[in-house]
Design a protein around this ligand. Structure first.
Ligand SMILES: Nc1ncnc2c1ncn2[C@@H]1O[C@H](COP(=O)(O)OP(=O)(O)O)[C@@H](O)[C@H]1O
Ligand SMILES: [Mg+2]
Length: 249
């Protein structure tokens, strides 16, 4: 099963979610592959895996097979790291079928779950992710800015589904980095829920609360369950893992 974590906006917790879901699924006993498709490489640096021989760029350029390019992070969790040169991948592949490179590389892979972190844009990288994806997860912040572009993103996803990948489904939208006590959060949550209902996208029950431990964990290059097992973010991401596994049944 291949998940992408996507939203055209930056700073909505795509990378944090990829990381925390990945480790959550691994802790449940699954074999997990994380893919950092963002040229900014935040997931790669949170994991502390920079500067290795191969990256996801070599995969997109068909220069290496998956088994050779992945790096083991811990038991049952591997990563395919980012490369800053991903930013101009479009100029490097201009053959027909360039949208299918990642999908092809992932055919018959040995993982239970593959989680793809995507850049805040709708470009060839994001399209490669969506073409490879079974289920898309969309993190949102409870601020109005976060909603901007959701319609456009949704239309793009729908057209990728239509033209490239009929199996692509939106698993759901959820609130990440949620500030519980603010009044504005409440109002925006109501408004957002309406917009999401109108688009007919599932809204997941789990909200991920804002939590200082999350920032600290990332600085220390630890996953949230190891760094702060009892923190709000740890509890919430675990609920999200459970909700996702439940919805796949
Ligand atoms: N639950 C959370 N609590 C506190 N900070 C968070 C939480 N989730 C994300 N963040 C912080 O928000 C910022 C943006 O998150 P990130 O995952 O990098 O977003 P994106 O990948 O969408 O750009 C980061 O600094 C990250 O540490
Ligand atoms: Mg990111």
């Amino acid at each position: 099963m291949i998940f992408s974590i996507g939203n055209q906006k930056g700073g909505v917790a795509k990378t944090t979610t990829t990381h925390s879901l990945g480790f959550g699924l691994r802790n449940f006993g699954y074999k997990v592959l994380l893919i950092d498709l963002d040229p900014q490489g935040n997931l790669t640096s949170i994991i502390g895996c920079e500067k290795k021989e191969f990256s996801v760029l070599n995969i997109l350029l068909n220069e290496v097979i998956l088994e050779k390019a992945v790096i083991q992070v811990e038991e049952n969790i591997d990563i395919l790291i980012s490369d800053p040169l991903l930013y101009n991948v479009e100029s490097k592949i201009n053959m027909a079928g360039k949208e299918y490179r990642l999908r092809e590389a992932l055919v018959a892979n040995k993982y239970d779950y593959v989680l793809i972190d995507t850049p805040p844009a709708m470009n060839l990288l994001t399209i490669n992710a969506m073409v490879a994806t079974d289920r898309l997860l969309i993190p949102l912040l409870a601020d109005t800015l976060s909603l901007e572009g959701l319609n456009y993103f949704y239309e793009n996803v729908s057209s990728i589904k239509k033209y490239y990948n009929q199996d692509l489904e939106i698993l759901g939208v959820f609130f990440a980095n949620f500030k519980e006590r603010t009044n504005i959060s409440k109002k925006i949550t109501e408004f957002t829920t309406q917009v999401i209902n109108d688009l007919n996208i599932p809204l997941l029950k789990t909200k991920i609360r804002e939590c200082t431990a999350m920032k600290e964990a990332q600085l220390m290059r630890k996953d949230i369950y190891t760094y702060a097992k009892t923190s709000n973010a740890s509890t919430d991401y675990l609920s999200l893992v459970n909700e996702i596994l439940e919805s796949l049944k």
